[in-house]
Design a protein around this ligand. Structure first.
Ligand code: GDP
Length: 425
């Protein structure tokens, strides 16, 4: 029996979905433990190409039970549509292979509305929210004013609580933002309609996971976003509102007394970032456009062009540290093939001093990148390579250089989006 967390080391979009889809085959249970439908995991396999927002990437693997843990926030309408989309493509999504924690919080339409209203109020100081209601719902959770998925199975209990919560929400909507209040009947009908579709999937996932552990089953924890978006350790306030680190995996999954045995950190061979906030190694202009096109760097959830730049070893080392990564997967190495010289950011310059320490958020805005260049591999297509020693020498050297700089073993090198496009070291 072993537990394994698969987590992002950087700003998210590192290719976690693709790695989980690959690794999930060795596990009995795959659990999402934080976040909501604000990020997307891209999986390309025999069923087609999918942008998963909530459903764990283990859904494609036969015999794997997929769980949304208590730490996740769920928009039931969006989840139902995602389930229907998968079914239409021939993927099995049933109460046997997909379970929803009764303690996960529900994202209501007013959470999305408040997310948008606040971003509009902030104008040019906005956080770059995906407007999926994630910050408002997590804030409500800690104010003890969310509805849990399990309440759908107790309609009278839900109704009474929702009435009180909506009264309070409407005060904010009308008083702070001058918006129209939400009508109770509409919100209640909405949650009972989509909740009704989901009720057979809702269960006590703590019991489920504890039993799985007792039976010696292997559990994988699938994270969303990356270390630099973690609410406590990320570039606050340009973070998500949940814990994207492996340290939260057992709590958000629903087995709080357990620990993670193995943490696979996903690192992209270059840097990307969606949304606002410091992004020290950023490229602009044609250089950035070329890399963005080569890597198809557009958001899965929003379609927004991602900010791009060379691999930032300062930020990545920090990401490895707070994730407690025991091994790494380096993804999208093939994307760098077009470059003659591959820059990497090896240090920051802060107020005239060079540092390889990742600064406190208040200092990060002033940090300037220090780049070094490594030789490229002359445009050779490495997409078909399956053994490390078959990579061009300069590609091998790039991997070894990154491994040394990060101090964590790179176990997987991904050279394409397909399930088998990787090298195991
Ligand atoms: P996630 O949120 O961390 O899962 O990241 P994304 O869903 O944004 O995935 C990154 C994108 O890169 C997706 O379109 C993947 O299919 C693709 N991808 C993942 N690994 C590789 C790789 O090694 N090479 C290439 N060319 N594409 C990859």
């Amino acid at each position: 029996m072993s537990n394994c967390a698969v987590v992002g080391i950087n700003w998210g979009d590192e290719g976690k979905g693709r790695m989980v889809d690959l690794i999930a085959r060795d596990f009995d249970v795959v659990v999402r433990y934080q976040g909501g439908n604000n990020a997307g995991h891209t999986v390309v396999n025999e069923y087609g190409s999918f942008g998963l927002h909530l459903i764990p990437s283990g859904i494609f693997s036969e015999g794997v039970v997929n769980v949304l843990g208590n730490g996740v926030v769920i928009d039931p309408e969006s989840l139902w549509k995602e389930m229907e989309g998968l079914r239409a493509a021939g993927v099995r999504v049933t109460p046997e292979n997909f379970k929803i924690s009764d303690r996960a919080s529900i994202v209501f339409p007013y959470h999305l509305q408040l997310d948008g209203l606040e971003e509009e109020r902030l104008k040019d100081k906005k956080y770059g929210s995906t407007r999926r209601g994630i910050a408002p719902v997590y804030s409500d959770k800690y104010q003890k004013k969310t509805i849990m998925m399990g309440e759908i199975l107790h309609p009278d209990y839900l109704k009474a609580r929702l009435q009180g919560i909506l009264e309070w929400k409407n005060l904010t909507l009308t008083g702070v933002y001058g918006a129209e209040p939400n009508e109770f009947g509409r919100i209640y009908d909405w949650v009972m309609r989509y909740g009704g579709y989901l009720k057979d999937y809702i269960c006590d996932t703590t019991e489920l996971l504890t039993n799985a552990q007792r039976q010696g089953k292997n559990i994988m924890f699938e994270a969303q976003l990356g270390a630099l978006r973690d609410i406590d350790f990320g570039i606050y306030p340009y973070t998500s509102s949940s814990y994207s680190i492996a340290g939260y995996a057992c709590i958000g999954a629903g087995i709080p007394g357990s620990h993670v045995d193995r943490t696979v950190g996903i690192v992209k061979a270059y840097s990307t970032c969606v949304g606002e906030g410091p992004f020290t190694a950023e490229w602009f202009g044609p250089e950035a456009d070329k890399l963005r096109e080569a890597g198809h760097e557009y958001g899965v959830s929003t379609g927004r062009p991602r900010r791009v730049g060379p691999l930032d070893l300062v930020a990545t080392r920090y990401g490895c540290l707070i994730q407690g990564a025991t091994e790494l997967a380096l993804t999208k190495l093939d994307v760098l093939s077009y470059l003659d010289e591959i820059p990497v950011c090896t240090a920051y310059e802060l107020d005239g001093e060079r540092t390889d320490r990742f600064p406190f958020p208040a200092d990060l805005d002033r940090a300037k990148p220090v780049f070094e260049s490594l030789p490229g591999w002359g445009g050779i297509d490495i997409g078909g390579v399956r053994r490390f020693e078959d990579l061009p020498k300069n590609a091998q050297d790039y991997v070894l250089y990154v491994e040394k700089a990060l101090g964590v073993h790179i176990r997987y090198v991904s050279v394409g989006p397909g399930r088998d496009d990787y090298i195991l070291r």
